[in-house]
Design a protein around this ligand. Structure first.
Ligand SMILES: [Zn+2]
Length: 143
C-alpha cells in the first residue's frame, strides 16, 4: 500500500467517524421525543410504525407510533452507537421482537458474537461427524 493509499483510507475513516458523531449528536438532540405520543406531525424522516405489525405485543401499554434513531451503549465494549430507526422498525415489526426489548450490542460486537456462534456450531458438528465415523467403522478399527 502506498502512502497515498494510506492517506485516502485514513481520510475515509475520519469521514466515517465524523458521520457517526453527527448521527449521535442528532439522536441525542431528539432523545426527548416520545415515540409513543400522538404528535400531529412526525419528526422529519421518522419511519411511521404499522400498528398491525405490532399487534403481536401482548401489552396494555402504548405502542410506538414512529421510530427515531436511538443511542445504545454496547453491553460488551461500552461503545455508543446508533440503533437506526429503520432497524428498530424491522426488529419490532418484521422479526416480531418484543416491544420491551432493544439492541444491546454494537454492530461490531454483534458480528463478533455471530462469528463465534457459527464457529462453535462448526466445532460441534465436526465432533458429531467424528463420532459417527468412529461408530460406522466398527470396533475392530479401534484396535
Ligand atoms: Zn460493542
Amino acid at each position: 500500500m502506498t502512502l497515498a493509499d494510506r492517506e485516502i483510507m485514513a481520510s475515509k475513516e475520519r469521514k466515517q467517524q465524523r458521520l457517526a458523531n453527527s448521527a449521535l449528536k442528532r439522536a441525542r438532540a431528539l432523545s426527548h421525543i416520545d415515540t409513543r405520543h400522538e404528535y400531529r406531525t412526525l419528526p422529519p424522516g421518522a419511519p411511521p410504525a404499522d400498528p398491525a405489525q405490532l399487534a403481536h405485543n401482548n401489552t396494555y401499554g402504548r405502542l410506538p407510533r414512529f421510530y427515531l434513531d436511538r443511542i445504545i451503549t454496547c453491553r460488551k465494549c461500552g461503545k455508543e452507537e446508533i440503533w437506526p430507526a429503520e432497524r428498530q422498525k424491522w426488529w419490532y415489526e418484521v422479526a416480531k421482537g418484543n416491544i420491551n426489548t432493544q439492541a444491546v450490542y454494537c454492530r461490531a460486537c454483534r458480528n463478533d458474537n455471530k462469528a463465534r456462534k457459527s464457529e462453535a456450531r462448526k466445532v460441534h458438528l465436526d465432533g458429531l461427524a467424528r463420532q459417527r465415523n468412529r461408530r460406522t467403522r466398527g470396533p475392530e478399527t479401534d484396535m
